[in-house]
Design a binder for this molecule. Structure first.
Ligand SMILES: Cc1cc2nc3c(=O)[nH]c(=O)nc-3n(C[C@H](O)[C@H](O)[C@H](O)COP(=O)(O)OP(=O)(O)OC[C@H]3O[C@@H](n4cnc5c(N)ncnc54)[C@H](O)[C@@H]3O)c2cc1C
Length: 296
């Protein structure tokens, strides 16, 4: 393991997960894990406090791989958004994830920003979490006590709070492939088309039945993930329940609006208002349903 003294702190750069977890355990939360550092650097630049000691995750092979399996892709926590967006299996089987990775800041940011950092920073406005929710992803955490895999849907417990313990690291994220023919859709609404944190964003994964004799399709299963619509990245269980088995042409705005009323809890803040966010969320769902009805 490498440790280099800096002016204000220790810089640990282990080359195995076991060493990293040992440092994490012995430091008892006093050493900050850093991946791409794009979130941490902003906070450190803004403050005048002394830089903490850091545990640099960039040399851990266990966190740097993308493994393509028969049912899912497993992405190491330290894989950056640029690699995710460019990966052929992700672009082919999970295009919505390639899309959210491509919309995570600028190209320069995407070259550093990791999927693990995006999750562990636990911002309700982050781009990739809604997509992971819609796909039903699982996250694997490890500590010296062992490893555990959790449904990502349960991971965010409150604003900037997660189920991760202070001695744990996020190791990987497993994203199952959707059913063949499912329609997926990631849309982010921000102040500009690029380089903007979302006012609201939607990931939608909609499975439909074959066309009936009258040409209509029904929703077999619809799963959603929202950003900037509550204190954590949100699913929309009432909306999913309301849409199940509905014929696509019969789904109107009012039904979506009513279901989302209890699923979302947006706030007024510097980027937008709660009322605008609610309206845009409905617009985005209607657009996703329209797209699903176009699937051949
Ligand atoms: C100019 C700019 C634009 C941005 N635009 C966007 C945007 O459009 N969309 C968006 O979603 N985000 C955006 N961000 C935020 C940021 O780039 C992302 O959240 C990024 O994915 C964070 O990843 P990172 O590797 O840089 O995390 P870091 O800054 O290294 O870490 C973030 C947090 O996660 C923890 N952490 C990191 N990895 C692990 C791990 N494996 N296990 C445990 N804890 C871990 C760190 O301790 C820290 O608390 C932007 C940031 C900047 C500076």
């Amino acid at each position: 393991m490498n440790s280099a003294a800096t002016a204000a702190s220790e810089w640990y750069r282990p080359t195995s997960l076991a060493d990293a977890l040992a440092i994490r355990a012995s430091a008892r939360g006093a050493v900050v894990a850093i991946a791409g550092c794009t979130d941490l650097m902003v906070g450190w630049n803004a403050g005048s406090r002394r830089l903490p000691s850091v545990l640099d995750l960039s040399a851990l092979p266990e966190l740097g791989a993308i493994e393509v399996g028969p049912d899912a892709v497993t992405i190491g926590a330290a894989v950056c958004c640029a690699r995710i967006a460019a990966h052929p299996a992700i672009a082919g089987r999970l295009p919505m994830l390639a899309s959210s990775a491509r919309q995570t800041g600028s190209i320069a940011i995407q070259n550093r920003a990791t999927l693990g950092g995006n999750i562990m920073n636990a911002s309700p406005a982050a781009d990739n979490p809604p997509v992971l929710l819609a796909f039903g992803a699982r996250v694997t955490l490890a500590s010296v006590r062992g490893s555990r895999t959790l449904d990502y849907a349960a991971f965010h417990t409150g604003y900037k709070r997660t189920l991760a313990e202070p001695d744990e690291l996020l190791v990987s994220v497993t994203v199952p492939y959707p059913a063949p023919g499912a329609s997926s859709h990631y849309r982010k609404v921000g102040t500009r088309r690029a380089q903007a944190i979302s006012k609201v964003a939607l990931a939608a994964l909609i499975e439909t039945t074959d066309r009936a004799e009258d040409g209509t399709r029904r929703v077999r299963d619809a799963r959603f993930g929202f950003a900037s619509a509550g204190p954590v990245p949100l699913t929309a269980p009432s909306l999913s329940a309301a849409l199940r088995d509905s014929p696509l042409p019969a789904i109107d705005r009012l039904l979506v609006e009513r279901a989302l009323a209890s699923d979302l809890s947006p706030i007024d803040d510097i980027r937008s208002t709660a009322a605008y966010r609610r309206q845009v969320a409905v617009n985005l769902v209607m657009a996703a349903l329209a797209e699903a009805s176009q699937v051949p």
